[in-house]
Design a protein. Structure first.
Length: 253
């Protein structure tokens, strides 16, 4: 009986921790999103060329303009082309690119586009589509995160749409993502957070790479896992798209 009560107490503590930081099985309300597709590119060979799409789902909002930055590992990937997609022109209205740049010296791409005409007349776009496509060549060994940043979807009055869900991508095979405690790859979910919560209340012990994946802020250095409520909070923020990268980076050491 004592063991049952102890386990029940730990379960209540875990649930309390997850609820206190806003993670539960009901999930998040669907909103506008920008995603890298495909999410994972697993081919690894020098000279390999692949293309990703930056996909936008307005989720019912009317979008008149869109922009993003994309960061990647300049030692692994070289961006060779970025082409305009059909998202903002799918109804026949024309659009203007305000920025379309690639900087392989720092590993950053920028893109921005808006529809032309009077917004009150031409309206916006509320159907999903590809904002732009980016082609990469593999120039080095290892993995590379494909991280979206400075994402803006604007409405008919040129105001940013709030609470945009951002879904990053990754290139490579031999890697383990920070926050991926379940070792199932993207996306990082409440299941990862639950394992961290269980570790914190001592109902299980994370070791090895599992522990390194849970220690997302690497506060005790890259080789010593130190898992606390701060790591759990950061994982929660990643899940709900408040942050799109952990202090320890995208990959475990």
């Amino acid at each position: 009986m004592q063991k049952i009560i102890k386990n029940k107490t730990k379960s209540i503590l875990i649930m309390g921790i997850l609820l206190s930081i806003g993670i539960c099985n009901t999930g998040l309300a669907a909103g506008s999103s920008m995603s890298i597709l495909p999410e994972v590119i697993s081919e690894e060979s020098l000279g390999y060329v692949f293309t990703i799409d930056v996909d936008v789902n307005p989720a019912g909002s009317e979008i008149f303009g869109a922009q993003y930055e994309l960061q990647y590992n300049k030692n692994v990937l070289k961006a060779t082309d970025q082409t305009k997609g059909a998202l903002l022109t799918q109804d026949g209205v024309s659009s203007i690119e305000i920025v379309n740049s690639i900087d392989n010296d720092i590993g950053k791409i920028q893109y921005g586009e808006y529809r032309t005409g009077d917004p009150d007349i031409v309206g916006g776009i509320s159907d999903s589509g590809v904002l732009a496509s980016i082609t990469f060549e593999v120039i080095g060994t290892g993995a590379s995160a494909l991280v979206l940043d400075n994402v803006i979807l604007s409405n008919l009055t040129a105001q940013p749409i709030s609470n945009i869900e951002i879904n990053n991508g990754v290139y490579g095979n031999d890697y383990r993502l920070e926050g991926d405690v379940t070792n199932t790859g993207l996306p990082i979910t409440g299941a990862d957070a639950q394992l961290v919560a269980q570790h914190i209340v001592h109902s299980l012990v994370l070791t090895g790479e599992d522990a390194q994946a849970a220690d997302v802020n690497d506060d005790m250095g890259p080789t010593s896992a130190h898992i606390t409520g701060i790591d759990l909070q950061l994982i929660k923020q990643y899940i709900v798209h408040i942050i799109n990268e952990f202090p320890g980076g995208q990959f475990i050491p």
